[in-house]
Each structure stands twice: as structure tokens, then as C-alpha cells.
Design a protein around this ligand. Structure first.
Ligand code: SAH
Ligand code: SF4
Ligand code: F3S
Length: 479
């Protein structure tokens, strides 16, 4: 879709927001209290960002933020289907919602996100959960105001799912979860078709956003007080494909780091096959870019990597990771690992463990392979569960041992921390993160949320640091 159509569509949806606002105001007057909304997010940062957009529309309509699902007048579940347990969580929650609806007859339930792009899910909701009011997918999230208006003025369940889209409609309200940090989508969808993964089917083809729009969004966020941005995409390293202006991810990243007021830039996720030497150089030379690269390995076995359609070998991965460690001192490398992919043997798992030990991951999510309907790997012969569990435990204990050892390496150093919240266990202390993404707890000492401060990492407690002192901020751009 062109920019002009984007503007037209956004204006149309803003009209629906206004129309909903009138209805919400009437309902609120009738019930003698403000109406409230909650958006519950499952899944990744893309979903988190989408939820901020949905919340933006809801708040413009006059809803307040509800503290719990039970208290809300509208609940939106933004779903994930990357693994099977994500699906199970939704059905459990929907069961509970039925009771809430019996107590509050006007309560509305809407479902969106990746699960809604699967036909069997929509069929199941239609048949077994008739009390769900609105269903929409990942491609038409911008249409939420229109769909909600249709439901508010009618009686039937509204279902609107698109198979795919080449449209990007962005110019709609958004409400950030945090005032000082935000995600920015730089691209949508994925074209990699890793054989285990459902994301390309539910998020559609890869589409990069215009760099000027992305920079404008970062500038606007900075003007609102945001100091840390995370650039989001399923494979940020292939950013720029199909755009009229030739621009690489490394170029975009250095442009974003130049935005006044932005003190730290993160990004997620990197595919090892597309991570360029130029990107490593840009990170190495730019202090504002976080010393953290999430580089999913998935498997260390060449045979399994091939069957997974990952387009790199064990040796290429190790070489790349060690080059990153060499050129970006103090960098933290984290990863995703899948255990139990069809055909995986104990020797394949040994290869995965070997990579963990050689690269020394600072952290890694370890997932048991979960067959997803419609993906090539789901049709392959599946492994025995007990065998997978045994291998999973081996991988997990290696990851935990190494990441604990790695975490200790900054003990005694003074590092820059972004204050992100109050320490949950001690209200006199803050919690924040260093550039490498490790968590630090330290005394408040008159600082505020969103400040960058210098913290002495006195004691490593396994996966976080405890500190006795914090002092003035380090980030050049902000001080
Ligand atoms: N685009 C990102 C990953 C998004 S999904 C990337 O390629 O890096 C996040 C993680 O979920 C993946 O890295 C993978 O480790 C895991 N995952 C995806 N599909 C899975 C499946 N079917 N079973 C188990 N884990 C899976
Ligand atoms: Fe899934 Fe692979 Fe795309 Fe990541 S790169 S979203 S794992 S298909
Ligand atoms: Fe889940 Fe969709 Fe993200 S399947 S991991 S929410 S792209």
C-alpha cells in the first residue's frame, strides 16, 4: 500500500474510533463508572508492540486501563502459536472468561494475533466459543476500531481474517507500556520458512518499512521521552529487501543511533545467515548500540540444520560468533535452541552442546520441538518423548552452567544501567539493565525511571547483579 492509502485508511479508522468513543461514553454514563480494557499478550516482542497499538485505539475510545481481566469491560487476547503450549494457554483463559461474562453481560472478548491466522483455530472458536465477540488476524490489526464498532452496533460474532497482505497501515494511536522504552517495527513477516516454524504462515511475506518512516517514529518516541528503542523484525539482517531506496540494516541502525535523546538501541532478531561484517563494525564503533546480539542457533548439527532449512553450518555459526566476540569486546551473545527436531540423534545433540561450549552463550532459550500444523517438519516422523526429554535436560544444564559462568565476568566493573522499574523484592531499590541485557538491582539514590546511571556491579547473584551504589549518567547524548 502507498503512503497515501495508509493515510486514507488511518483516517477512516480514526473515524471509527470517534464513533466507538460516543458509544463507550453512553455506556459509561449508564453504568455510572468509566469502562476499562485489558490487552493480554502472548508471544514475542512483535505481539507486544501490536498490543500497544490496540491499547492506543482503546484509550482514544475512552476506555481506562483495567487492572485485571475480571474487572475489564473488554479483554483482548493477542495470541501466539509458535509452540503448542501457547495455544493451550488461550483456551484455558477463554474458559474462565465465560464466568466473567455471566457477571458482566456487556463485557466483550476479542481475539487477535498469530493463532487467528490458523483455520482450525477459527473453526474451533466459532463452534465452541460463541461468546467471543470479535476475531481478527495479524494482517488487519489496523482495522480493530472498525470491527469493534460493528460489534458494538450489532449482535453477532465478528470474524475478519486476511490470508496475507502487502499493506502497511501505521499512522494510528499507540500507548506504550513503558514511557522510557519502546519497540519499533522495521519489517513485518518472514520469508525464511525454517521447516519447523509457523511464523511465515501466520505473519505473511517479509515487508520492510520505509527507513524515513522508521526514523520519524524514533524521533517522535524520543520527543515523548523514550530513551531506548528496540528495532523489531523476524530477521532484521535482511532488512531493506524490496525497498526503492537501497538501505541495509547496518545503515538503518547507525541512523537510529544518531536520533537525539535515544541513549540505547537494541534489535531483535538476527538470523546468522544474513549477519553482515558491516553490521558487526557498526555495533563495534557505536557505543549507543547495545552490546547484545541474540543469534538463534537452533541446532549445532549440520544434518539437522539442513533439514531445518537454516542455511548455515556448525562451523559457519561458530566462526561468526567468535568474530563477533573478537570485534565487539564485552558483547553478550544469546540464543534459541530447539531439542527434539525429527531425526535428531544423541550425536546431533552432542554437536549442539559443543557449540554452546565453544561460543559460551550468555543465555539461551531451550525449546522442545513442537510440531506445527502445515509446516514441513510436522509431517516427518516424530521422536520418542522420553528420548527428547533426556536430550533437553543435557542441553539445558549446559546452557545454565555456561551462562552462569559468563554472567560473573562483569563483577566489580562499573557499567551503565537503564533504570526500568522498582526492585520487586525491595521498594528502596531499582532494577535496570546493562547494555549486555543483564539485570542489576541497586539503591534508588534519587534517580528516576528511564535514567541512565553508572552502577558498580558489586556482586553477581547467578543471573543478576546486586549493587551498593549508583552515580550520575554516562550516556554522552543525554548528559
Ligand atoms: N525469527 C526468529 C525466531 C522467532 S520464533 C529467528 O529466526 O531467530 C522464536 C524461537 O522459537 C525460534 O528461534 C525457535 O527457537 C523457536 N521455535 C520456533 N518454532 C518452533 C517449534 N515448532 N518448536 C519449538 N521451538 C520453536
Ligand atoms: Fe521462523 Fe525461521 Fe522466520 Fe525465524 S527466520 S521466524 S525461525 S521461519
Ligand atoms: Fe508467536 Fe507470532 Fe511472535 S507465533 S512468537 S507471536 S510472530
Amino acid at each position: 500500500m502507498t503512503g497515501l492509502n495508509d493515510e486514507k485508511e488511518s483516517a477512516r479508522q480514526r473515524e471509527y474510533i470517534e464513533k466507538c468513543r460516543e458509544i463507550i461514553a453512553e455506556r459509561s454514563e449508564k453504568s455510572g463508572r468509566p469502562l476499562s480494557a485489558i490487552v493480554c499478550t502472548f508471544g514475542c516482542q512483535m505481539n507486544e508492540r501490536d498490543s500497544e497499538k490496540i491499547m492506543g485505539s482503546l484509550m482514544e475510545m475512552g476506555y481506562e486501563r483495567a487492572l485485571s481481566e475480571e474487572d475489564a469491560d473488554i479483554i483482548i487476547y493477542n495470541t501466539c502459536t509458535v509452540r503448542e503450549n501457547a495455544d493451550k494457554r488461550l483456551y484455558g483463559r477463554l474458559g474462565v472468561c465465560k464466568a466473567y461474562k455471566q457477571k458482566n453481560k456487556d463485557m466483550l472478548i476479542a481475539l487477535c494475533g498469530c493463532m487467528m491466522q490458523e483455520e482450525h483455530v477459527v473453526d474451533k472458536i466459532r463452534k465452541s466459543y460463541p461468546y467471543v465477540d470479535v476475531l481478527f488476524g495479524t494482517h488487519n490489526i489496523f482495522k480493530f476500531p472498525e470491527l469493534l464498532y460493528t460489534r458494538l452496533t450489532g449482535n453477532s460474532q465478528i470474524i475478519d481474517i486476511w490470508k496475507d497482505t502487502d499493506e502497511i497501515v501505521e499512522d494510528l494511536p499507540t500507548r506504550r507500556k513503558y514511557s522510557f522504552k519502546t519497540g519499533i517495527n522495521i519489517m513485518y513477516g518472514c520469508d525464511n520458512f525454517c521447516s519447523y516454524c509457523i511464523v511465515p504462515y501466520v505473519r505473511g511475506r517479509e515487508r520492510s518499512r520505509d527507513p524515513k518512516e522508521i526514523i520519524r517514529e524514533a524521533e517522535k518516541a524520543a520527543a515523548d521521552g523514550v530513551v531506548e528503542v528496540m528495532l523489531l523484525g523476524q530477521n532484521v539482517n535482511s532488512y531493506g529487501k524490496g525497498l526503492d531506496t537501497k538501505v541495509t540494516f547496518a545503515e538503518l541502525l547507525s541512523e537510529i543511533a544518531k536520533v537525539d535523546g535515544i541513549g540505547r538501541v537494541r534489535f531483535m532478531t538476527s538470523h546468522p545467515k544474513d549477519l553482515s561484517p558491516e553490521l558487526i563494525q557498526v555495533i563495534a564503533e557505536n557505543k549507543k548500540i547495545a552490546r547484545h546480539i541474540h543469534l538463534p542457533l537452533q541446532s549445532g548439527s549440520d544434518r539437522i540444520l539442513k533439514d531445518m532449512n537454516r542455511h548455515y553450518t556448525k562451523e559457519q555459526y561458530i566462526k561468526l560468533a567468535l568474530k563477533i566476540r573478537e570485534e565487539i569486546p564485552d558483547v553478550s551473545i544469546t540464543s534459541d535452541i530447539i531439542v527434539g527436531f525429527p531425526g535428531e540423534t544423541a550425536a546431533d545433540v552432542d554437536d549442539t552442546i559443543d557449540v554452546i561450549e565453544q561460543v559460551r552463550f550468555d543465555g539461551a532459550f531451550t525449546f522442545e520441538y513442537s510440531p506445527r500444523t502445515g509446516t514441513p517438519a510436522a509431517k516427518m516422523k516424530q521422536l520418542d518423548k522420553a528420548f527428547v526429554q533426556e536430550n533437553f535436560d543435557r542441553v539445558l544444564s549446559t546452557v545454565q552452567r555456561i551462562s552462569k559462568e559468563q554472567a560473573g565476568r562483569f563483577e566489580g566493573r562499573v557499567m551503565e544501567v537503564l533504570i526500568e522499574g522498582e526492585d520487586e523484592k525491595d521498594a528502596s531499590r531499582y532494577t535496570g539493565r546493562i547494555s549486555q541485557n543483564n539485570v542489576v538491582h541497586f539503591p534508588k539514590m534519587g534517580f528516576s525511571l528511564g535514567d541512565f546511571v553508572n552502577v558498580s556491579l558489586d556482586e553477581c547473584m547467578g543471573f543478576y547483579y546486586n549493587s551498593k551504589t549508583a552515580s550520575g549518567c554516562l550516556t554522552d547524548a543525554l548528559c
